[in-house]
Design a protein around this ligand. Structure first.
Ligand code: MSP
Length: 519
């Protein structure tokens, strides 16, 4: 707690195509932790952005008959618009063609050059343009890229190399001392065994095209796109500038708490990146978390496979909160997950329309009907029933359970714990039958039941807010409460009894109108 800095990043996305469900997935996950950490009082800095250099982008621009800068400028808005639609609360958005980034990249490689971490050499091998990755002959599978299965091209160039080969022992020592650096553990094992197998020096420059940051000490060389891109995490904080505001920002937020990445890019983030930072005398990030792939019909969703879907189509049908909920609840973070329209409709109707939406509408309706839309008083604890106590206990343990899950970025389990309260509150209403109490004229018990259930709703809204920010804000509004995004101490906010007596409750429309399969 307190105002400790919390810096979280997504990969920067290639601007060769518009964002799809896969790229949106990393971004939503990072957004949910950023939102939650703001609610636990952290000073959050959430960075995302675009990877705009390299051969792949240059090719995409050429195919469209455009100059690369004009091309990236034309695609960039499709990302900022998609993130706006998905409620992504980033604090900074970096594009690698920005001056602040190029300046930082030049400063970084000049430093490594001056300090003897580079050498000149000849590169001869294979290159996968779609993955922007070098491969040795013996790594290819049937002559194709071992990662994506696409064609590779042969390159022979005089390049500059980073002496990565010398960093093996330091990296292994670092992984051993910081077991949380690579997560989840399966990925850690993969990284450790890769480094144990021995590292080769890394070619960091290219000469056969020009769309990149020029290496200041080597005429005609542009930096290899990956070692340009990785630096975004520090150039966005101000690395490479001596402006006091930049220096202070960098000192405050670095090292990052989390880099969120897909499992396909962990070697870059867990081997090359920390080695680069070690060479420059900068601390590596605290943790790199690799999530799995979204699969449709068993295949990774990607532009090249032609099965990429844009978020807009699903958001149009389900709404943005249901969209965010589905991916974070249904796919276990860190594993591959199959997604389908059927399971999305099921989650929507079951968890959102039936459980959460219904709970809210029933309660808001009854408050209007029986108490003229005013929250009754906090009930007298002397008359607490066993059910009342159970609900209070579930709500009471939620903050800790939720925090435990979120600390492990287990969104699915965190949402499950919030659902325990939502489900119990529904059962509580069934068991207490407020409509019968009203008929019998038992106003005291009726008031107690409604208060308790409304209070459960208020607390459930707090813990679903990181994933479903709009719904939670709306629920709080309908409960006559303030702006939920202003909550910076979720523990205090979640204390039982926080719902003020007399607060005016608004019925409103259904939060998640049921979707019929035939639609
Ligand atoms: N530009 C590099 C990252 C540089 S970071 C210094 C890059 N860009 S990307 O646009 O190709 O991919 C960005 C992220 O999207 C990766 O983490 C990747 O794993 C993720 N995804 C792309 N397709 C995906 C799925 N089908 N499912 C889940 N995530 C996937 O790599």
């Amino acid at each position: 707690m307190g105002t400790s800095p919390f810096y979280v990043t997504t990969p920067i996305y290639y601007v060769n195509a518009e964002p799809h469900l896969g790229t949106a997935y990393t971004t939503i996950a990072a957004d949910a932790i950023a939102r939650y950490r703001r609610m636990t009082g952290h000073d959050v800095r959430f960075l995302t952005g675009l990877d705009e250099h390299g051969q792949k982008i240059a090719q995409a621009a050429e195919e469209h008959g455009m100059d690369p800068q004009a091309w990236v400028d034309s695609i960039a808005p499709s990302f900022t618009e998609a993130w706006k639609m998905l409620g992504i609360s980033y604090d900074d958005f970096i594009r690698t063609t920005e001056e602040r980034h190029k300046r930082g990249v030049a400063a970084f490689w000049t430093k490594l050059h001056d300090e003897g971490h580079l050498h000149q050499g000849h590169y001869e091998g294979w290159y996968c343009v779609p993955d922007e990755t070098y491969w040795a002959e013996d790594q290819l599978e049937d002559g194709m890229c071992p990662q994506c299965g696409r064609e590779v091209q042969q390159i022979r160039e005089d390049n500059w190399f980073f002496k990565l080969s010398g960093f093996g022992p330091r990296l292994l020592e670092f992984y051993a001392e910081h077991p949380e650096f690579v997560q989840p553990e399966t990925r850690r094992n993969e990284v450790v065994s890769f480094v144990t197998g021995g590292l080769k020096d890394l070619s960091i420059s290219r000469t056969n095209f020009t769309w990149g940051v020029p290496l200041p000490f080597a005429e005609g060389h542009v930096t290899y796109v990956w070692i340009d891109a990785l630096l975004n995490y520090i150039t966005a904080l101000g690395y490479g500038s001596d402006d006091p505001a930049d220096v202070e920002r960098f000192q405050r937020y670095w090292p990052a708490e989390y880099h969120f990445v897909g499992k396909d890019i962990i070697r870059f983030h867990c081997v090359i990146w920390p080695a680069m930072l070690m060479a420059a005398g900068i601390e590596p990030p605290k943790s790199v978390f690799a999530h799995g792939f979204l699969l449709t019909k068993g295949e990774k969703m990607s532009k090249s496979k032609g099965n990429a879907q844009t978020p807009a189509s699903l958001v149009g049908r389900f709404g943005v909160d249901a969209y965010r909920y589905y991916f974070l609840r249904d796919v276990s973070f860190g594993h591959d997950g199959s997604i389908s329209m059927e399971s999305m409709v099921q989650r929507y109707n079951g968890d959102l329309a039936n459980d959460w939406g219904n709970l809210c509408s029933r309660l808001f309706n009854m408050t209007e009907k029986y108490f003229e839309g005013r929250v009754p008083a906090l009930p007298d604890p002397a008359h607490e029933t066993a059910d009342d106590a159970t609900m209070r206990a579930i709500a009471g343990s939620l903050p800790e359970t939720y925090e435990d899950h979120m600390r492990r970025l287990d969104y699915s389990a965190a949402l499950d714990s919030a659902w325990e309260l939502i489900k119990f509150a529904n059962r509580y209403i069934e068991n207490s039958a407020p409509w019968t109490l009203a008929k019998e004229g038992d106003t005291v018990r009726l008031a107690a039941v409604l208060y308790n259930a409304l209070e459960a709703v208020r607390i459930a809204a707090l813990f679903t807010a990181p994933v479903m920010p709009n719904t939670s804000a709306e629920v709080w509004r309908r409960l006559g409460l303030g702006d939920i995004t202003q909550v910076t101490d979720i523990l205090a906010a979640a204390e039982w009894g926080g719902l003020p007596e007399g607060s005016s409750v608004v019925k409103g429309e259904a939060l998640f109108p049921r979707i019929y399969e035939e639609e």
